[in-house]
Design a protein around this ligand. Structure first.
Ligand code: PMP
Length: 404
């Protein structure tokens, strides 16, 4: 027998399997368990017919080019379409040369990390923050500092304190990573003053900002303040990334980064060695889906659809959770986040019991907190379960919390 562990790198040994994926694998196909653990779109929103048609059109229209290797940075027509899309949807005015197409935002996070982080550098994130981003930063050797979020987004007053406390080490901070709208996992949205403050701090300390923006296209409250940081950025500090995962189909694995040309060029060189380029056919499909209004159509169906589920969830929580649970009321995105303020409550330790005894699953919040706190928290997804499952599942979860 070969002892493979000798061959495994320190980095690979140091990272833990994603709790979410392990858990989802465990309960997949179990009809008796109601799961709030996923973060995936409801497939009823996938525009199957339209995509089938578009795929045919693309192959016909672009011929072999649609099936061939393509430019690392992304197909020029696709980047031009994305440039229009960003201007129209997010008031981000960049030209095609300021955009690189990535294999989903996850690959964008990896490329940004590889390009910017040296082992021992510091990345400041929200706390809690997106688990797989924290993983990508750590895999590239970053030390993480987590700054609490409240219902107005990252507490930029605390950000400033933390940077001050770093002293000379502040030079090791490379960027501040934020998900300003419909945050995963917290479900919070950053308000305008906080955004301004964040950019002002980044400028004063000479730091970059990575803005991860998958959810701003799905907003439940009209007139909500969701301007992108990138649209407010006058100094070229913001590296913006987004994806079609929540507004078309995650299986396409198409995302993009918009940033200053000089940075895009660096990302491009790194990407050459990561995956050569993102799937050519899928890039053409995404561009066509934008141009023909298919994405707009998905968004206009997704907003009321998820909003109704969010409302069902918030109502069920209000009726079933004890008063010592604090939870977020998202205006966008797919998640509610809850802190159970009861001494000794450990959402991770209780998960097995939740699944086995109460037949309900969630993601324990601890691993979303870069500095090891938040064991009393959980992420609860409302995009995937049905209304009936939401009502019943939240009742089960409420029972579990009371009886814990
Ligand atoms: N960032 C955040 C905040 C996310 O929630 C997700 C998806 N869950 C991603 C990035 C990754 O998205 P993609 O499917 O484009 O890789």
């Amino acid at each position: 027998m070969i002892d493979y562990s000798r061959f495994i790198s320190h980095v690979a040994k140091s990272i833990k399997a994603s709790e979410i994926r392990e858990l989802l694998a465990l309960i997949r196909g179990r009809k008796d368990i109601i799961s709030f653990a996923g973060g995936i779109p409801d497939p009823v929103l996938f525009p199957r017919k339209e995509l089938a048609k578009i795929a045919g059109v693309v192959i016909e229209k672009y011929g072999d080019n649609a099936l061939q290797y393509s430019e690392t940075k992304g197909i020029i027509e696709v980047r031009e379409t994305l440039s229009d899309f960003l201007a129209r949807k997010r008031e981000i005015h960049v030209d095609a040369e300021d955009i690189i197409v990535t294999s989903g935002s996850q690959s964008g996070l990896d490329i940004v990390s590889r390009t910017l982080i040296d082992p021992g550098d510091i990345v400041v994130t929200e706390s809690p923050s997106y688990l797989a981003a924290l993983g990508a930063f750590k895999m590239n050797g970053a030390r993480l500092i987590g700054v609490k979020v409240d219902e107005h987004g990252m507490r930029t007053d605390l950000l400033e304190d933390r940077l001050k406390q770093l002293g000379d080490d502040v030079r090791r901070v490379k960027f501040i990573y934020v998900i300003p709208v419909g945050q995963n996992p917290a479900g919070t949205t950053m308000d305008k003053d906080r955004k301004k403050h964040l950019l002002e701090i980044a400028s004063r300390y000479d730091l970059l900002v990575v803005e991860d923006d998958p959810y701003s296209y799905i907003i439940y409250e009209e007139g909500a303040e969701v301007a992108s940081l990138k649209s407010m950025d006058k100094e070229g500090r913001v590296i913006y990334m987004s994806t079609v995962s929540k507004i078309l189909a995650p299986g396409l694995r198409i995302g993009w980064i918009a940033a200053e040309k000089e940075l895009i060029r660096r990302f491009e060189i790194v990407k050459q060695y990561v995956d050569l380029h993102s799937p050519t056919l899928n890039q053409f499909i995404v561009a066509e889906a934008i141009k023909t209004g298919v994405i707009d159509d998905v968004v206009s169906r997704a907003v009321p659809y998820y909003k109704a589920k969010r409302d069902t969830m918030l109502k069920a929580i209000q009726e079933n959770f004890p008063e010592y649970v604090w939870y977020t009321k998202p205006i966008g995105g797919l998640f509610v986040f809850a802190y159970v303020h009861k001494p000794g409550f450990d959402a991770g330790a209780l998960l097995e019991k939740a699944v086995k005894q109460y037949k309900v699953a969630y993601v324990p919040g601890g691993s979303f907190h870069p500095e090891g706190d938040g064991v009393n928290s959980m992420r609860i997804n409302f995009s995937y379960p049905s209304h009936e499952q939401i009502r019943e599942g939240i009742a089960r979860l409420g029972r579990m919390i009371r009886e814990a």
